[in-house]
Write a protein that binds this ligand. Structure first.
Ligand code: SF4
Ligand code: SF4
Length: 407
């Protein structure tokens, strides 16, 4: 299977490629994306000298037979190394390298045309590889385009209700004593306002709680499909609910696919759901999930600003725009700690979409939220979501809602 980017790729010059071949490169980023890039480099006869990872547990270990070092170690090894950034979090990693005085860093989109992903060594399926590579290529292009405002995604929180009650839900559902649905009119108007300010949104993601519990999901999908400045629609579900009869018809669209988190016996209807989706030619990706990061804690960490910036910078959801009850937040955690009234940030950390006062300002407000934050007040009470955060068993259930710690 040959991958070609559907977006423009910025080619490197012949001389630069020859330099990469002669000296080898350092790849910032491990994991599945790092593996993909190592494979793409091998196909171009470019050797990887080191991998760089911000996860201190990995320093000194090997990844794909290559030593893993810290970002600071680049300076010791060779400050003039050619560093290729193999991560969707490239904006923060570039800032980190710049702060260290490292100048020779590059995006990796130049490797992502005519890329044979048949024999790659990752845990991702070929479909998942394609999805991630497309998103990366889109995001690199969107960041280069300074004229317009293009965002990776928006998470629409349809409901606070869920068919499971996970103790460590990263969306903090376990803390809702009386979960409610999003008001449909508020959601549709807010979404209209969002899309009138944004030039393009690559993914619209329906989340909850459990989005299939939201009775008006068909009306939300209709609204999203009526827009021409959105890409895919993704339904995140926990495999407990199977839409039947007419309900399934709303999902029959090539732009829509399901991401099913399979939590074993808790996800009691995964097989049935997969069967119904297959019979109706609806795309889906199922992932068996056994562990999560410990990222649902709500505590006062009292970190320094520098540490909060690192926590934010390395967080895997630090640009996950989230719409909840007519407001736009930068990540789901920040949306829910505000909605649960755990914090009221001193400097506003959301954008009013429903009650917006001035449409002209909306674009710049969203731009500032999306590109302008170095950390959030919410980060100071959040355990973070990076690779240094401990693993915990996924989807352990609680019978009742949990009390929030006083902050
Ligand atoms: S299934 Fe669990 S993790 Fe997912 S939204 Fe529901 S409570 Fe949260
Ligand atoms: S509050 Fe900060 S660290 Fe926590 S999930 Fe959001 S961006 Fe990440």
């Amino acid at each position: 299977m040959i991958y070609n980017s559907p977006f423009e790729v910025k080619a490197q010059s012949y001389e630069q490629i020859e330099k990469f071949k002669k000296d080898g490169v350092t790849v910032f980023g491990t994991g599945n994306f790092g593996s993909l890039i190592k494979s793409a480099l091998a196909q171009n006869n470019i050797m990887v000298n080191y991998f760089v990872d911000n996860n201190f547990n990995n320093w000194g270990k090997k990844f794909e037979e290559v030593e893993i070092i810290s970002a600071k170690d680049i300076l010791k090894k060779n400050p003039d190394s050619n560093v290729l950034i193999a991560s969707l979090n490239f904006r923060y990693l570039k800032r980190q390298l710049t702060d260290l005085g490292i100048k020779n860093f590059y995006d990796v989109d130049f490797l992502l045309n005519n890329f044979d992903i048949t024999k790659i060594n990752t845990k991702w399926s070929k479909d998942r590889c394609k999805v991630q590579l497309d998103l990366y290529n889109y995001s690199v292009n969107a960041t280069r385009d300074k004229e317009s405002l293009k965002v990776n995604s928006i998470d629409l929180v349809l409901t606070e209700k869920c068919s499971l009650k996970c103790k460590n839900c990263s969306n903090l559902m376990q803390y809702y004593e009386r979960p409610i649905d999003n008001d449909l009119d508020v959601m549709l108007k807010s979404f209209d306002n969002f899309l009138s300010a944004v030039d393009y949104c690559y993914e619209v993601r329906m989340i909850g709680g459990e989005p299939l519990m939201y009775k008006n999901i068909d009306k939300v999908i209709e609204k999203v499909l009526s827009k021409n400045n959105v890409g895919n629609i993704i339904i995140y579900t926990n495999g407990t609910i199977v839409p039947r009869g007419d309900k399934i018809n709303i999902f029959k669209n090539p732009k829509i696919y399901f991401k099913i988190s399979n939590y074993g016996s808790h996800s009691r209807n995964v097989d049935k759901l997969e069967k119904v989706l297959s019979e109706n030619n609806i795309h889906f990706i199922t992932e068996r999930v056994t562990t999560w990061q410990d990222c649902a804690r709500v505590e006062k960490f009292d970190r320094t600003e520098k540490v909060n910036k690192e926590i934010f910078g390395n967080c895997c959801v630090n640009e996950t725009l989230t719409m909840l009850h007519g407001k736009l937040y930068l990540c789901p955690y920040s949306a829910h700690v505000e909605n649960l009234k755990v914090i009221k940030p001193k400097v506003k950390e959301h954008v009013e979409l429903f009650n917006e006062k001035n449409k002209k300002n909306l674009k710049s407000e969203i731009r500032n939220l999306y590109f302008g934050k170095e950390f959030l007040e919410a980060c100071n009470i959040c355990n973070g979501r990076d690779h240094n955060v401990a693993s915990i068993p996924a989807a352990e259930q609680t019978k009742t809602f949990l009390n929030l710690n006083k902050i």
